[in-house]
Design a protein around this ligand. Sequence first.
Ligand code: CP
Length: 297
Amino acid sequence: MKSIISSYDLTREDVEEIFKLASKFVKEQKGDSLRGKTVALAFFEPSTRTYLSFNKAVINLGGSVIGFSGAEGTSVAKGENLADTIRMLDNYSDAIVIRHKFDGAAKLASEVTDKPVINAGDGKHEHPTQTLIDLFTVFNHFGTTDGLIYGLLGDLKYARTVNSFLRMLTRFKPKSVYLISPPQLRPRNEFLEELNYPYKITSNVNDVIEDIDVLYVTRIQKERFLDELEYERIKESYIVDLNLVSKMKKDSIILHPLPRVNEIDRRVDKTAHAKYFEQASYGVPVRMALLKKILGE
Ligand code: CP
């Protein structure tokens, strides 16, 4: 395993090995497998969780971090192109973690450096390390990621976390997947065509909520809309509130990659179903496990 641009760059065996390592790091966030190594964080787009948890993961493993969060202070502001910026980071680091607003930016980066590149979110394309965290949360709760009924709710067209999640599920055996969104925000065909498990597209969450084991909620991705009026029309299509949650199976869970806006009522946070903050807490151990696997061996 070298660069991680897509969920498809990870096999089931890779994911299981990462989960095993991550479980160890949940107990003790310490290691020395990155001693003497430098990881560059090139975040051209805003981030809280991904940027900070990669940062902490490198430090926990004894490595050093360089980079930026927001390209305003870099020579991108003077017109430097992405490829040249990556070539510079190649000079200063052993691996590059990149977030960028353009689909394909991580792939492009991996083509101009021999160092491993980790995609921390490229436009509306993929965010594979988020999916590792999502499925690790599922695994911790159910002891498996197989045989479950998943429901993905919200913006299934522009949310890169959804694309990576759908792709990584092809490595596992979900019982079925409900894809719940307004008609305008259905998953793109290029992603649907690849799925090797049963799925059903619907707009009505109430019809399916009682079946679902894992409800994966996503924010309507305002920044990806070309038409602000269309965003305003559909921004509150779904609100996961206590009424909806009361219809869920007793042992079912709610995930969200975060940040949330209004799509989950804050009163849901106190229910046993709400796992999204626990999910975010796995950012550091899961990314430690991934970095150890890529750079530490
Ligand atoms: N889930 C996620 O990618 O969050 P950030 O945008 O805060 O990194």
